[in-house]
Design a protein around this ligand. Structure first.
Ligand code: TXE
Length: 485
């Protein structure tokens, strides 16, 4: 049994109140580790360590911090198999997916932000009699709160820019997936990140997470997670004037026009719906298909989805693993039950697969395709965050746009058409922070990442992250008259 305390001030420490949380593997429901159940007392210790480390760390050079980030990336690469196995054990996802996506991205996050910081620039605004230039300094102690769907991937997406900009960190991973964050702390020690620069507190959101958001000495909170949690965090942090970045949920449309490349659109739609068990905030769970190809599209999609192999996350042929927890599966199943009540047709999935022990105890659920639901029912309006998609026909571009924008979320969309003008005009009318045309989840780490409406506040990625994790000042120097006068 693995046991992890908090990583504070460069060492593993036991929780002040002595409590631990059991951590089951969702694919087998067997507890394989225990992690500290942090309270405000642990958060206070972590903040003290981060505050003590800040003066020296914030004075180090960008080059030094970038080199440390690269050393972290090297160690993640060297221990990639260990990271991938642990991510799968903790989260339920296939090891192959963690090895292909999660862990390489975690490594790249550190390399990318090392480069981005080295190449960052400041602005200059010359006046006839004065010179203005912008100067960036770190924010201070920053709090990073991350979810369970892409645990190391999303944590490092925040840690790397925060570190390289000279902040010190208190991070809290999801209580459901604490293990790779703990391994990251080991890596920090291996490469010589000074004590107190990176601190990790484990525990529940309403305890440890809430204590971080309330702490007066944490100056910025970067959060990725559910929209209702985001609202609680915003309500707590706003009166304290903390900097806030909120990456929240989505109910993203995949819009398929009749003039699309059919095969490519079917493959892309299936990928957007079911990657990582549908547990990605960017997943396209509302599929809108132009009427002339609706029937053939549903048939082709269902055929493709039925071919996804579900089961043992460590088997190379597995395309879909377990959901993150039994509770989460129950929530997803409740939406499937609701879809049936509302008259929806389940074309495939909708039930638990029959698997051999020990996976018969796991939180598996077959990938599910539903049609026949009205657009205003809860299944179509709310984020399910599981392997469930609904498919809807549309008859005009205007109707497609109204349906695509007709939810409270506005994170991402994908649009499938070979008409470039339509692709552009439609994309600019979509109320989302990101649009993919004829592709999905093709990511350049420089681009702005984030949503509108109830999908969040702020942007991450490239200079947007560097700006969030720093405070900008304008310095204005009076120059007097021309030289020699
Ligand atoms: O996420 P939470 P949950 C969505 C998805 C899912 C739903 C709920 O629809 O079904 O959210 O999932 C911490 N103060 N997404 O409950 O609660 C928590 O400990 C401070 C979308 O698991 O948002 C964890 O570290 N922190 C999503 C983190 O917040 C708090 C990813 C995220 O947990 C807190 C995950 C509080 N009061 C779920 N309460 C995405 N958009 O990527 C919780 N936390």
């Amino acid at each position: 049994m693995i046991e992890r305390g908090h990583w504070i001030g460069g060492e593993w420490v036991a929780p002040v109140e002595g409590a631990y949380l059991d951590n089951p593997n969702p694919a087998t429901n067997q507890v394989f580790s225990r992690v500290a159940r942090g309270t405000s007392a642990d958060v206070n210790r972590a903040v003290e360590a981060a505050k003590s480390a800040f003066p020296a760390w914030s004075k180090t050079t960008v080059e030094y911090r970038a080199a440390l980030c690269e050393a972290i990336a090297d160690r993640i690469a060297a221990r990639a198999e260990e990271f991938a196995a642990l991510e799968s054990q903790d989260q339920g996802k296939p090891v192959s997916l963690a090895s292909r996506i999660d862990i390489p991205r975690a490594e790249t996050n550190f390399r990318f932000f090392a480069g981005a910081a080295r190449h960052s620039r400041s602005d200059c605004f010359p006046m006839p009699t004065a010179l203005n230039y912008t100067w960036r300094r770190p924010v201070g102690v920053v709090g990073l709160i991350t979810p369970w769907n892409l645990p190391l991937y999303l944590l490092t997406w925040k840690v790397a820019p925060a570190l390289v900009m000279g902040n010190t960190i208190v991070a809290k991973p999801s209580e459901l997936t604490p293990m790779t964050a703990s391994l990251l702390a080991d890596v920090m020690a291996e490469v010589g990140v000074p004590p107190g620069v990176f601190n990790l507190v484990h525990g529940l959101g309403r305890e440890a997470g809430q204590a971080m958001v309330e702490h007066p000495d944490i100056q910025a909170i970067s959060f990725t997670g559910g929209t209702s949690t985001g609202a609680t965090i915003a309500a707590t942090a706003a009166p304290k004037f903390k900097k806030l970045s909120l990456e929240l949920g989505g109910k993203n449309p995949t819009v398929v026009f009749a003039d699309c490349d059919f095969e490519k659109a079917v493959a892309g739609t299936a990928k957007a719906g079911f990657t990582n068990q549908g547990e990605v905030c960017l997943c396209g769970s509302r599929i809108l298909v132009e009427r002339p190809i609706f029937e053939s599209f549903v048939t082709a999609l269902v055929e493709r989805v039925k071919a996804i192999q579900i089961g043992d996350p460590s088997a190379p042929e597995t395309g879909m693993g377990a959901l993150v927890s039994q509770d989460h599966r129950a929530k997803v199943e409740s939406y499937i039950a609701l879809a049936k009540e509302e008259g929806g047709t389940i074309h495939c999935g909708g039930k638990r697969p029959e698997l051999l022990a020990p996976f018969d105890q796991g939180a598996f659920l077959e990938p599910t395709v539903i049609t026949g639901l009205s657009h205003d029912c809860r299944v179509v309006q709310e984020e399910i965050f599981g392997p469930v998609v609904t498919v809807h026909p549309f008859d005009s571009v205007e109707k497609a746009l109204a349906l695509a924008n007709g939810v409270r979320y506005g994170l991402a969309a994908s649009v499938w058409t070979q008409d470039l003008t339509k692709a552009h005009r439609f994309s600019e009318a979509l109320q989302t922070g990101m649009v993919w045309v004829n592709t999905w989840l093709e990511r350049d780490l420089r681009v702005p990442f984030g949503g509108v409406k109830e999908s969040g506040v702020g942007r991450e990625g490239g200079r947007y992250s560097l700006e969030f994790f720093s405070e900008v000042s304008n310095i204005c120097i009076e120059l007097g008259g021309p030289l020699g006068e």
